[in-house]
Design a binder for this molecule. Structure first.
Ligand code: ARG
Length: 266
């Protein structure tokens, strides 16, 4: 995670962001700290990145890269406003002992924001931020099956805003964020799909952090919490409205370094 010391809405690169709708630095810090504490209370060991002035979205560490074993596939951000993050991410990963791999030129790739493992398959959101070619390139390096999923709604511009694997066979998703073909592919490849309703998708219901049987998410997603409880998951909600102003929530504020529960490779 990266503390929100310099977090703010300084540019507009997705429909949630509006410079006239600033985040409140004090609330942002409180909300971020509460998430950090909650994750630790659930057993997570949290490593921090140093925040940097002028890089307000560095808090969204999910976009630093895609972690696979001891490899970090670095992001190549579509928007220039975020490209300054990558050298810092590269340094951080290298100091932490990860091998870093750069994307080929003009293959945009936004890391764990768009690439999520479920079972032995990499589910890859493309079009709005990442390029489908980038996904195929990464999957080839890992020798892993990739299912490209076309994202069709600008409000759900990263895969982790509309899809969240919670185990090898279960995932949360918001169907209208995907084209017809992607919806079909999800149904074919994920045995248990848990759809969320529109108003909870807008509360970033799909942007959840999974720690064993615990699922951490923004407040206001009661239907999803019920559905997860019925499947045996404990749910924990914590307010993250200050980050929704930038188009992010719990999951984007974290990057799992030791393998997601839903991934087969750990
Ligand atoms: N303002 C950031 C952006 O548009 C938010 C990133 C949220 N990250 C995510 N993984 N969904 O790039």
């Amino acid at each position: 995670m990266c503390p929100p010391d310099y977090y703010g809405i300084e540019y507009e690169i997705n429909p949630w962001m509006s410079r006239s709708q600033q985040s409140d630095p004090k609330f942002a810090c409180q909300q971020w700290e509460a998430l950090n504490q909650l994750l630790q209370s659930l057993g997570a060991h949290v490593e921090l990145m140093t925040p940097v002035k002028g890089l307000p979205d560095l808090v969204f560490t999910a976009n630093a890269g895609l972690i696979w074993k001891d490899v970090a596939f670095l992001s190549l951000f579509r928007h220039e406003a975020r490209q300054g993050e990558t050298p810092l991410d590269r340094d951080w990963f290298q100091k932490a002992g990860f091998e870093t791999i750069e994307m080929p030129d003009d293959c945009f790739f936004e890391g764990a924001g768009d690439a999520l493992f479920c079972g032995d398959t990499l589910f890859a959101g493309y079009l709005i931020r990442s390029d489908v070619r980038a996904m195929q390139w990464v999957a080839e390096k890992m020798n892993c099956r990739v299912i490209p999923l076309q994202l069709v709604d600008d409000f759900y511009y990263h895969l982790d805003t509309c899809f969240c694997p919670i185990s090898k066979t279960e995932a949360i998703y918001y169907p209208p964020a995907f084209d017809e073909y992607a919806q079909q592919a999800l149904k074919e490849h994920v045995p248990h799909l848990i759809p969320v309703v529109e108003n909870e998708a807008q509360r970033f219901a799909c942007n959840a952090v999974v720690l064993d049987q615990s699922v951490v998410l923004n407040t206001g997603c009661l239907q999803l919490e019920k559905d997860l409880n019925a499947r045996g998951y404990q749910t924990y909600s914590t307010p993250l409205d200050e980050f929704i102003k930038a188009g992010g929530s719990a999951k984007c504020l974290t990057l799992r370094l030791d393998g997601e529960r839903a991934a087969v490779w750990p």
